[in-house]
Design a protein. Structure first.
Length: 605
């Protein structure tokens, strides 16, 4: 790895500041706010007031600073509690917690609690989704490091066998409040992509900074995480460097590489690494977001990286910073998979499939490469969104097959961002999750003890329309396994399948008069969703809106997934996806359909 002189000086300055922070802490600096935990009780519960300014919470062991986080400690009222986990600190008798920049008379010092109850004062929130992944407490944004671990893996790329393993999801996480900050990696696991188990915190801030986004790979049964570490500099701004960590217990715990960072640059917004094994060149590739371009590297060992090329100049949308990249092939044998199982119909796209529900090759090629590029701002309806490019990749350079001015969006809703795929997914699937929010209002949505959810899992394929190749998006087949009995009316957690005619209008509403209006216009080949009267829209002027998507041909069937605070709409053939948050004061319990027939299913959760 080669570092410039300026970069070395910047990193050295950051390290010097960090080491200075690790010096012995004198209690006199915060003698009015020292908290001494009891000898028993795993969690010290910190009272939070969201409107309060941030203070600092420090953990001090034998006079040495162990941890420091920005926390909105309650001053006048307690909105909710977050946990300071004391388990990593063995000698509680020598442990002190220092609270700085918070008035000594604040209510937080009277309301502190310590016990072993992981569900202490957990709020039952009406907008917490029932079948989408959410953190139990705290803030979540980008999904990170997603991979599938089969019961056994083989080969250098760890290709999965049967679907009998565990899906691993890491995510950008603030354990100390439900607003952005203090970035850690949270960890959850699932065996069905629907029900998730909280596995706690996987990666914590260190000398190089907080844990920004990254990815995991499966290498001979072991897990390697590559992530961005971000730390403020004394010159303003921050320095972002790429680091790696290793796990030999299936991703539950990680040991950070002593040689970190493995990749640095002078550029601003140098982040979100996505490594992957490329069998074509028998080496690792890496795609990395830098400002408004993507850079591609290669490596024999995930430690030494060679710059190969850049992509992005003049291509697609440049309304904001490019983030969270992904780069992967889609084989012709997995294109246009239809998981709806509703297809007692024929259509132009269905007729192109063979008996296995698979499309033929696209343009005579056995595979094409898809480059995912999340962008903020610049989305089709403001704020953050996911664009993509289709082309070819030879291990060194990505070549887009479309003209530079063509922009393609993976989802046309307001609340679909940071989309990345699971590494090592079984059956050659390309399965993705997104962060179901928008940076325009993510910190203001009307939840309290937690913020943000992930989309349902989706499988990607390809289809052609008027000479262009597009990415198809369908709900992953695991959603069929949780489909329950038919119902007469919608509930707060249901799937609605609508067989449509040439024109269709769907109105979801509740007894308060709140409603979401969806329209399919066959002549214009568009689908739209109006949430301007959907419930609480007052928290942001950017929230009430109408979103519209092209359908690239006719739509025969729509699938709508409703879950308390979200609506995800799909064309059953995968040619359209739209994800929008909604916050009705009561669940939508009425549906009216013009130009179609609706079948409602409960979703088992």
């Amino acid at each position: 790895m080669k570092m410039t002189k300026r970069c070395i000086m910047t990193l050295a300055a950051v390290l010097t500041l960090t080491m200075a922070n690790a010096q012995t802490v004198t209690p006199q600096a915060c003698e009015q706010s020292i908290v001494t935990p009891k000898a028993t009780g795993r969690y010290l519960w910190l009272p939070i007031q969201e409107s309060a300014p941030e203070g600092k919470v420090q953990v001090i062991l034998n006079g040495m600073l162990q941890m420091e986080q920005n926390v909105r400690m309650a001053r006048e009222q307690v909105d909710y509690y977050v946990a300071l986990d004391l388990q990593p600190y063995q000698n509680l008798n020598a442990l002190r917690v220092c609270v700085q920049n918070v008035p000594t008379g604040s209510v937080c010092f009277k309301k502190l609690a310590q016990n072993d109850d992981a569900d202490f004062e957990l709020i039952e929130e009406k907008f917490r989704p029932l079948y989408h992944h959410t953190p139990k407490r705290g803030w979540m944004n980008d999904p990170n490091g997603m991979f599938y671990m089969p019961s056994s893996s083989a080969g250098n790329d760890g290709q999965a066998g049967a679907c009998d393993g565990v899906w691993n999801l890491y995510y950008q996480y603030n354990p100390y409040g439900s607003m952005w900050g203090n970035m850690h990696w949270g960890h959850s696991t699932s065996t069905d992509l629907v029900h998730w188990k909280d596995e706690g915190v996987a990666l914590t801030p260190d000398v190089w900074g907080t844990m920004f986004s990254g990815s995991c790979v499966v290498d001979k049964g072991n897990i390697v995480a590559m992530y961005t570490a971000s730390r403020p500099t004394p010159f303003g701004g921050d320095v972002q460097a790429q680091c790696i960590a290793f796990s030999n217990d299936g991703g539950k715990t990680f040991a950070k590489y002593e040689g970190n960072p493995v990749l640095t640059a002078e550029d601003k917004d140098f982040r979100d690494p996505r490594p992957f094994w490329n069998e074509d060149i028998k080496a690792w590739n890496l795609i990395l977001a830098v400002g408004q371009e993507m850079r591609i590297y290669s490596s024999p060992d995930l430690k030494q990286w060679k710059y190969e090329s850049s992509f992005g100049k003049e291509y697609g949308n440049h309304g904001g910073v490019w983030e969270c990249p992904d780069l992967f092939p889609i084989e012709h044998s997995t294109l246009n998979i239809d998981h709806s199982l509703q297809a007692k119909r024929t259509s132009s796209s269905a007729a192109a499939r063979n008996n296995n529900g698979q499309s033929s090759m696209v343009n005579g090629q056995s595979k094409k490469w898809v480059l995912i590029c999340n962008i903020n701002p610049g989305g089709p309806f403001g704020g953050s969104a996911t664009q993509y490019f289709v082309g070819q990749f030879d291990g060194h350079k990505f070549t887009c097959e479309s003209k530079p001015e063509v922009t393609k969006w993976l989802d046309y809703g307001k609340d679909h961002y940071a989309t990345v795929s699971f590494y090592n997914a079984p059956d050659n699937r390309r399965t993705v999750l997104a962060w179901m929010s928008n940076w325009q209002y993510a910190n203001q949505v009307p939840t309290m003890q937690f913020r943000s959810a992930n989309s349902i899992a989706r499988d990607l394929g390809l289809f052609e329309y008027k000479g262009e190749t597009y990415v198809s998006v369908v709900p992953s087949k695991e959603m069929l396994a949780v489909r329950g009995a038919k119902m007469k009316q919608p509930t707060e957690a249901c799937e609605i399948v609508i067989d449509v005619k040439k024109q269709a209008e769907i109105v979801l509403s509740n007894d308060k008069g709140e409603q979401v209006v969806m329209k399919y216009d066959a002549a214009k080949q568009t689908f739209s969703m109006d949430r301007t009267k959907s419930g609480d829209v007052s928290f942001s002027g950017d929230f009430p809106c109408v979103t519209e998507a092209p359908t690239y041909g006719s739509v025969k069937q729509l699938r709508l997934f409703i879950d308390r605070c979200s609506i995800e709409a799909f064309d059953a053939d995968g040619k359209m996806a739209m994800t929008n948050l909604v916050f009705p004061t009561e669940p939508y319990n009425n549906i009216k359909v013009k130009g179609g027939k609706a079948t409602i299913y409960e979703i088992k959760h």
